[in-house]
Design a protein around this ligand. Structure first.
Ligand code: C2G
Length: 133
């Protein structure tokens, strides 16, 4: 069984997230998604709208996702790849090159981001609408 892993906050799930999850799953048979904990997000300067538990429940309902684990720090990727017997590590290409150090453990694949959508943009659009209604 070919196992794939990807990491992210996955807040306010949108088609950009779905597109990378679908393509990541297509690279193997089993997809593990490591979702940033609320504490780790704070370290990334992010405050997710949904808590970790909510984001976990939403991701677990996505047909491409087989398992959700917490991402609690930058250093856990090597261990995750070993512990979960991962063959392929996938990230959007906004991270191009950032995780090449994993190449001695598994295949590293950067996939093109989906243009025109992001959680930040969704929040901005909603704020704009709220101010005009
Ligand atoms: N993504 C995408 N297209 C978008 C938005 C996001 O392909 N329009 C991808 C990102 O490239 C990333 C994944 O969806 O691979 C999750 O994106 P975020 O939730 O923004 O995750 P990020 O903050 O990049 O966290 O250790 C890695 C970090 O946890 C990644």
């Amino acid at each position: 069984m070919k196992k794939v892993i990807t990491y992210g906050t996955f807040d306010l799930l949108h088609t950009g997230h779905i597109n990378i999850l679908r393509r990541a799953k297509a690279l193997g048979d089993y997809l593990v998604v490591a979702i940033s904990s609320d504490e780790f997000n704070a370290g990334k300067g992010k405050k997710a709208y949904y808590t970790f538990e909510q984001r976990k429940a939403i991701l677990e309902a996505v047909r491409y996702v087989d398992e959700v684990i917490p991402e609690e720090n930058w250093e856990q990727k090597n261990t995750d790849i070993k512990d979960h017997d991962i063959d392929v590590f996938v990230m959007g290409d906004d991270w191009e090159g950032e995780f090449d150090f994993l190449k001695d453990q598994c295949e590293v694949v950067y996939l093109p981001r989906t243009e025109g959508i992001s959680t930040t943009q969704i929040k901005k659009d909603l704020e704009k609408r709220a101010n005009h209604d």
